[in-house]
Design a protein around this ligand. Structure first.
Ligand SMILES: [Zn+2]
Length: 383
């Protein structure tokens, strides 16, 4: 295993980054773009590790056992800072903090590296602060910004960055990655198809039966949306399953953070609470609520992606497009949708799913409400 191994199907990118590590085409600002799950932040972190690696020229081939690689990957390297947000935006204070660090000389003898994982979430003010820092580079500083597409970043910023574009890995590449980790061929190919090139999702589908079952429930919905009652039922089930899944992810994290906070303030069971503890606890709870909301939306969003894949398959099947379906395993159900619809209708349905996503993410429409109106719109026409 080398640090590049998690970047599935990104050979051209890896080659370019390896050259930069060796000194060809190195620059002080990089913009990593790629669809969700293609591994843009993993690419930035792997690149940072290669740049800091103790093994010098071997860089990328270092089997992540050298101290520098190990600490970069573990998030504890003194000269690599990462902004990773649970919030919907990154404010100017967080960026100013990073800019301050960018102006410092590295502790080691290599680079001072600043990684912004969600550069598309920078507020305008934060962008301006960042722009100033990127415009006046310091010889040892390297900025790495990550965003879904170049359009998500201000032109003034992206024009100063060298662009690294990650591709969506193919089904064969994802399946190969899973098989190399001990997943048998059939399951690997199912998970690769169903993930649509999202590596994290593919792993979860391959290794976790609960995740597979939840996905099966969602992709089974379109064929059953024949009455108003069933539409309402599907909306409720999707919303509550997403809530349960999101809660399961956050509950453990929340409890750990609370324990850490209590320890930091010396709070023990029924003990005295220092005056500063109250506000600190309130701030923690507020950020945990924000994170829980974002996780819930993320899980719902993934459900919507799965739903869309069924209608896309229906269009592919109706128009005789070559290749396997994303939902090859429920081909018969997809066929029943084809039989009761037209490709035009299914295209409109995909549009309604996008509209529901936009209502929830951009306009804060409550999840249950947005899903209900979406499911009703998706209902099969009366015959
Ligand atoms: Zn190393």
């Amino acid at each position: 295993m080398t640090i590049w191994d998690t970047l599935v199907g990104q050979r051209p990118t890896i080659d370019a980054l390896e050259k930069a590590v060796a000194g060809h085409g190195m620059t002080h600002a990089w913009l990593f773009t790629g669809p969700p799950g293609s591994g843009r932040s993993n690419a930035a972190i792997a690149f940072a590790a290669a740049l800091q690696c103790d093994q010098g020229g071997r860089g990328p081939d270092c089997p992540d056992t050298c101290h520098a690689c190990h600490t970069v990957l573990a998030g504890s390297h003194a000269d690599v800072s990462v902004i990773r947000t649970q919030k919907l935006s990154i404010g100017v204070d967080e960026v100013r903090d990073l800019v301050r660090r960018a102006s410092l000389s590295p502790m080691g003898d290599r680079w001072q590296i600043l990684i912004v994982e969600d550069a598309d979430r920078l507020t305008d003010q934060a962008c301006n602060a960042l722009l100033k820092a990127i415009e006046e580079p310091n010889g040892r500083t390297v900025w790495m910004l990550c965003a879904p597409t170049v359009e998500d970043v201000l032109p003034t910023i992206r024009s100063r960055c060298r662009l690294v574009t990650l591709a969506t890995p193919t089904t064969v590449e994802v399946a190969g990655f899973l098989q190399a980790r001990g997943i048998e061929a059939r399951l690997a190919s199912y998970a690769a198809r169903a993930s649509q090139g999202h590596i994290g999702r593919a792993r979860a589908l391959a290794f976790d039966e609960d995740v597979r079952n939840r996905r099966q429930e969602v992709v089974g919905m379109p064929a059953r949306l024949t009455t108003l009652g069933r539409c309402m039922d599907a909306a409720t089930r999707l919303a509550s399953a997403a809530k349960d899944e999101a809660d399961a992810i956050t509950a453990e994290l929340d409890a750990r953070e609370k324990t850490d906070l209590d320890a930091a303030y010396g709070v023990v069971e029924r003990g005295r609470r220092p005056r500063e503890y109250g506000p600190a606890l309130a701030a923690l709870e507020k950020s945990q609520r924000t994170r829980a909301k974002r996780r819930h939306l993320d899980v719902v969003d993934r459900g919507l992606t799965d739903l869309m894949s069924v209608y896309r398959d229906a269009i592919a099947l109706a128009t005789g497009a070559p290749g396997e379906l994303v939902n090859e395993d429920i081909r018969e159900q997809v066929q029943t949708i084809v039989d009761s619809s037209t490709p035009e209708l299914n295209l409109r349905r995909i549009g309604w799913i996008f509209a529901a996503r936009e209502q929830m993410l951009e306009f804060n429409v409550p999840v249950a409400l947005a899903l209900e109106s979406m499911m009703v719109a998706l209902k099969a026409p009366q015959r």
